[in-house]
Design a protein around this ligand. Structure first.
Ligand code: DOR
Ligand code: ZN
Length: 495
């Protein structure tokens, strides 16, 4: 461990008498606290589900249960702003319980869930109903992206921000994405309405017309080697160009999901440099695999958008390292083994990934020669402040006094091989089976409680909350629960 580094951007403030004297609910001591700006040794004092103080080494810590973080990075509980937890209607692929356990095992304490369920969530009433279904079943906090409805784009103009501040639009469809913006006038109307309502559009930016045109000549792929050429980069590039044009016209805020190619990345970086309100996400799987994996190993890395060439993967890594990408997301999209083993044309795209996202990126960062402190800061931005700021997740994604006490403790050097037995998702498989990972989440705290312990698995009750939008306190939402105090049953895990 290095000595304490002090700099003007250190999150530590002199501990106030209130910060150190009164008993704490939990004290995390001896770890290395991670912010996007740097890493600092220190302790975290937790009271009432929030961070009450960040204390420099040597300064007094209050009495209370201890969590030993020596040898660990203490990251803010991570945010995955792109999961498909399949409630309602597709619970044979994933349940909210299992998906949220997978999240905890991957250091994730907040997820943003997608609307392509059965039925899809295309209005605030269906989001409220979904929150009620999930209440008491989630191990992580959650917010929803509403679905943008091509037949009712006007809904976006007066979306209640307490329920959702973002809406997902699919510009191309597939097995689990039947609601598609096919007509130019629908997309135009959605961009205009979202701009009026201050809603951020999150976009699956591939162009259905490009794919229809190609399909009219070549039909379905017969092998996984033929999958990427069947859904090529041209579909994504055309869609991104359309989006840039619409943003220029309407001023809509957009976040492009799962960018897959070098060309899209270059276009988006140029558009953002022009001052347009455009940001983008890179997924763990587009950073981890190439089309060679899909050709060799088949359906597990059959994704929409497709996994592309090694040069695309390297461009996406540069977007991560240079700060061009605002978020990394898992696009956790489980399907059953039976579904994935269907012939290529019928196998649905998607893989589970919320458990593997942070650790695969951590492994990739170190493999690229990034120093551990810098790698930790990348994660704190891409799965912390990045998504928190983009999606108004107040109190999430940063180690700061007053923030929610969500923490992910990372053993940076643990070497381990992932097997199916590690998989928490209901689907029971991972595209990363056989991978050697560097680093492992050993303890995860959500709302001030130990929610995950590597040796013991999920801890305590599924107390994850539906997170209100910026306009409404949590308690006012149906299905929302206040942060809870540590219970006696958990104290065994807290040394
Ligand atoms: O591969 C994908 N799977 N891409 C998507 O856009 C949706 C997802 C799913 O829901 O299965
Ligand atoms: Zn998705």
């Amino acid at each position: 461990m290095e000595p304490l580094k002090t700099s003007p951007s250190s999150p530590m403030s002199p501990s106030s008498p209130q910060g150190s004297a009164a008993e704490a609910d939990l004290v995390v001591e001896g770890g290395r606290l991670v912010t996007p700006e740097g890493v600092f040794e220190g302790g975290v004092v937790i009271r009432d589900g929030r961070i009450a103080a960040l204390v420099a080494p040597g300064d007094p810590l209050p009495a209370g249960p201890r969590l030993d973080a020596r040898g660990r990075y203490v990251l803010p509980g991570l945010i995955d702003s792109h999961v498909h937890f399949r409630t309602p209607g597709l619970e044979h692929k994933e349940t909210w319980e299992r998906g949220s356990r997978a999240a905890l095992a991957g250091g994730v304490t907040t997820v943003m869930d997608m609307p392509n369920t059965r039925p899809p969530s295309l209005d605030t009433a269906s989001l409220r109903a979904k929150a009620a279904l999930i209440a008491g079943r989630s191990y992580v906090d959650h917010r929803f992206h509403m679905g943008a409805d091509p037949d009712h784009p006007e809904v976006l103009a007066d979306l209640d921000p307490a329920v959702a501040t973002s809406a997902k639009a699919f510009m191309a469809g597939h097995h689990t994405a039947p609601v598609v913006f096919r007509e130019a006038h629908q997309l135009e109307a959605a961009f205009a309405a979202a701009a009026r309502g201050g809603v951020r559009l999150v976009l699956h930016a591939e162009d259905q017309h490009v794919f229809d045109l190609l399909d009219s000549r070549s039909g379905d792929p017969e092998s996984y080697g033929a999958y990427e050429p069947h859904r090529p980069r041209s579909g994504a590039i055309v869609a991104v160009a359309k989006v840039v044009h619409l943003v220029r016209t309407h001023g809509t805020k957009v976040h492009i999901l799962h960018v897959s190619s070098a060309e899209e990345t270059d276009l988006l970086v140029a558009a953002a440099a022009e001052g347009l309100p455009i940001s983008f996400e890179v997924t763990g799987h587009h950073l981890s695999f190439t089309d060679h994996d899909t050709a060799r190993r088949g359906p597990r890395t059959r994704l929409s958008p497709a996994i592309r060439a090694p040069r695309d993967r390297e461009r996406l890594w540069r977007a991560v390292l240079d700060g061009e990408a605002s978020t990394i997301g898992s696009d956790h999209a489980p399907h059953t083994v039976e579904e994935k083993n269907r012939p290529p044309a019928e196998a649905p795209p998607g893989l589970p990934g919320v458990q593997e996202l942070a650790i695969s990126v951590w492994t990739g960062l170190l493999a690229r020669g990034v120093e551990p402190d810098a790698a930790a800061s990348h994660l704190a931005r891409l799965m912390g402040t990045g998504p928190a700021d983009l999606f108004d997740l107040v109190g999430k994604g940063r180690l700061a006094v007053g923030a929610d006490a969500d923490l992910a403790l990372l053993d940076p050097a643990a070497r381990w091989q992932l097997s199916a037995g590690h998989v928490q998702s209901l689907c029971g498989w991972s595209a990363y089976e056989g991978w050697m990972f560097t680093g492992r989440f050993t303890t995860v705290v959500r709302g001030g409680r130990v929610a995950w312990d590597l040796a013991r698995g999920t801890m305590g009750e599924p107390l994850g909350r539906w997170l209100p939008g910026p306009a409404l306190p949590a308690a006012a939402l149906p299905g929302a629960q206040p942060p809870a105090m540590p219970s006696r049953e958990l104290e065994g895990a807290v040394r």
